[in-house]
Ligand binder design. Structure first.
Ligand code: ZN
Length: 76
């Protein structure tokens, strides 16, 4: 696919996602698979990956993690 912003070419890569929920809760998920634009560097995360991130966040919540860095691979 092409970048929705600049129509540049998108390549498979990884990115990180920052979830800022305020109230002292900030979680960064690293190594998230995404398409990265060659031109502007914008990233696109597909719906399945987004759902997995949501599931991972729920899991972290039950574990009581409110702040920190987590690898996306933990969602697998
Ligand atoms: Zn772009």
């Amino acid at each position: 696919m092409n970048c929705p912003l600049c129509k540049g070419k998108m390549q498979n890569g990884t990115t990180h996602v920052l979830i800022d929920r305020g109230e002292d809760s900030v979680i960064v998920i690293n190594k998230v698979p995404a398409l990265i634009c060659e031109q502007c560097g914008d990233d696109f995360i597909d719906i399945q990956t987004t759902r997995r991130i949501e599931a991972l966040l729920k899991k972290l919540e039950t574990e009581g993690l409110r702040m920190g860095f987590v690898d996306y691979t933990r969602a697998a």
